[in-house]
Design a protein around this ligand. Structure first.
Ligand SMILES: [Zn+2]
Length: 554
């Protein structure tokens, strides 16, 4: 016996077998039972959801020798002939290949004659939106005054392309895309009936890949059976679909967390070398971030063998970082079509993730970078540590090592200014002022500091006072600060930090800076912390003024 493809073998032959279209089946069953038959039905829905299958069942319902019925017998001459595709009174036409008006005229001419063997002549026109205007017009005449023995079943994936005049003469029934769970259940039923060895995750994968189309799912199942030598195993299905392994996803996320650009690129290459699809990799990555977001929001939702792993990742990323990463993945997925090639689009998206990840990293820990919490300048231990405190406590010297920065000289070497301000206990905008400034000169108690023009807003009195207070406290002197606004120099702490980061992530940074998408995201997410960080990272060269939250402050 020759092998019959599953989609054909398991094509539903009755309304009861039809998967997932209960609302349409109910409407048709009612109409058939009550004998209220429309003369033209329009079935709409995406590919593979059962439009033509439904049309054929309807043809049987109309022509079954047991009478017009919602439950055609399936064994009479009419039913078997329709199932076998050789019923003379069922005229199937694919409008995609017969768009012309002549075809339509021929067909409609024949409509005038009574059915040969059946009760009704049924015209099934698939992809009816493809008909030409002339063909629609000639069909319209028949639709307006259809002979008693004629029924039209029109099917389309694109009802909006059908003229209103035609639409208004049809009873429209919308078939829904099938949920993956319904497809999976159907697949499970079929493999059980066919005695095909299988595992559950494999079927779930196929169901998801079919994207709502049962026909696609069945043809994928056919392929999987062939691919797996008669069995359906998850590993085979993954390979067949080019699905990217979850381990790849973990390694990508690990590389991102470690800000390890080269590991990221290596993973990219590994996926390509393994024949994985970039689209699928981005899907997997987005799905991962989705699961992570769920776990962060609803910790008790952690389920399955991935649970502990997710819980661990959930502590390493802030919820808003997860949101942003997800957004970058789906956007990158959409942009794949525009990329020079898939691999380029994919690695670009990963670099974008990396750029944002490192931006978030920098934003997350400025206090640690600036002033070690172990050496708070205003700490009560500081006086003890000072050489002027001759208390003979044996603990004093030990305490002094805890606070080595008690009183320090302000370096007169401008190149050491950055290290000095890095040790000041400053936060927020004052910290930014310190980081962006360069020491120009010291004359007596007067400090001349230069601030790049793009950061002139930092030289605000309020922030300057805080910087002065920190300098006074650190050095034990009273300083006068004078700011000059100028070009960005190389000696500021920010410039130093920028250079360090640049060296570490030259590629990611460049990708990040050049992207119009970045601005779009920044706007959409309204994330001030990130915006600040981005500015500091990109320095004077490209800071967009509009993104500066403090610009309006006095
Ligand atoms: Zn029958």
């Amino acid at each position: 016996m020759s092998y019959q493809v599953l989609a054909r073998k398991w094509r539903p032959r009755s309304f009861g077998e039809l998967v997932g279209q209960a609302h349409v089946v109910a409407a048709l069953t009612n109409a058939l039972t009550r004998g209220q038959l429309h003369h033209a039905w329009l079935l709409t829905g995406t590919r593979g959801v059962g439009k033509t299958t439904l049309a054929r069942i309807l043809a049987k319902s109309l022509n079954c020798e047991t009478g017009v019925t919602a439950t055609p017998c399936g064994v009479c001459g009419a039913c078997t002939a329709i199932d076998a595709g050789r019923f003379v009174d069922l005229v199937e036409l694919d409008a995609a290949s017969n768009t012309g008006v002549d075809n339509m005229r021929d067909i409609l001419d024949s409509a005038r004659y009574a059915p040969t063997v059946g009760r009704y002549k049924v015209y099934l026109i698939d992809e009816v939106h493809m008909l030409s205007k002339g063909a629609f017009n000639s069909m319209l005449k028949t639709l307006e005054e259809p002979p008693e023995h004629v029924k039209f079943v029109l099917a389309t994936t694109d009802p909006q392309k059908i003229p209103v005049t035609v639409l208004s003469r049809c009873l429209q029934l919308n078939l829904k895309p099938l949920p993956a769970t319904a497809i999976e259940a159907r697949l499970a039923h079929i493999v059980a009936a066919e005695s095909v060895a299988h595992d559950g995750p494999a079927l779930a994968r196929i169901a998801r890949a079919a994207q709502g189309s049962l026909r696609d799912a069945l043809s994928l199942l056919d392929q999987a059976i062939a691919h797996g030598g008669g069995e359906v195993r998850e590993a085979d299905v993954r390979a067949m679909l080019g699905v990217v392994d979850r381990d790849h996803v973990y390694r990508i996320v690990d590389a991102l967390l470690a800000l390890d650009g080269s590991a990221l690129i290596a993973e990219c290459d590994a996926i390509a070398a393994g024949g994985g699809s970039c689209a699928s990799a981005l899907d997997e990555l987005a799905a991962f971030y989705h699961r992570l977001a769920v776990v962060q929001l609803v910790p008790e939702a952690v389920a399955g063998d991935e649970g502990p792993r997710l819980a661990d990742y959930a502590t390493k990323l802030a919820p808003e970082e997860v949101q942003l990463a997800y957004q970058i993945c789906v956007q990158g997925r959409a942009d794949l079509a525009l990329a020079p090639d898939e691999a380029t689009g994919f690695s670009m998206t990963l670099l974008r993730l990396l750029a944002f990840e490192s931006a978030a990293e920098v934003a997350g820990d400025p206090p640690a970078a600036l002033a070690s919490p172990k050496a708070p300048i205003a700490s009560p231990k500081a006086p003890i540590a000072s050489p002027k405190a001759p208390i003979a406590s044996p603990k004093a010297p030990i305490a002094s090592t805890d606070a080595p920065r008690g009183r320090r000289e302000l370096p007169d070497d401008p190149s050491r200014w950055a290290d000095f301000v890095a040790s000041l206990e400053l936060t927020g905008m004052a910290r930014q002022l310190a980081a962006q400034s360069e020491l120009k000169s010291i004359r007596g108690n007067a400090l001349a500091l230069a601030v790049p023009a793009v950061h002139r807003h930092l030289a605000d009195r309020a922030y300057a006072d805080k910087l002065k207070a920190a300098l006074d406290a650190a050095t034990g002197r009273k300083w006068l600060l004078a700011f000059e606004i100028g070009e960005a120099g190389r000696a500021s702490l920010a410039a130093q930090e920028r250079r360090r980061r640049d060296e570490a992530q030259a590629t990611g940074e460049a990708a990040f800076r050049g992207e119009p998408f970045v601005r779009d995201l920044v706007q959409r997410f309204d994330g001030t912390v990130r915006v600040e960080t981005i500015e500091h990272r990109s320095g004077a060269e490209s800071a967009p003024p509009a993104a500066k939250p403090s610009r309006e402050s006095p």
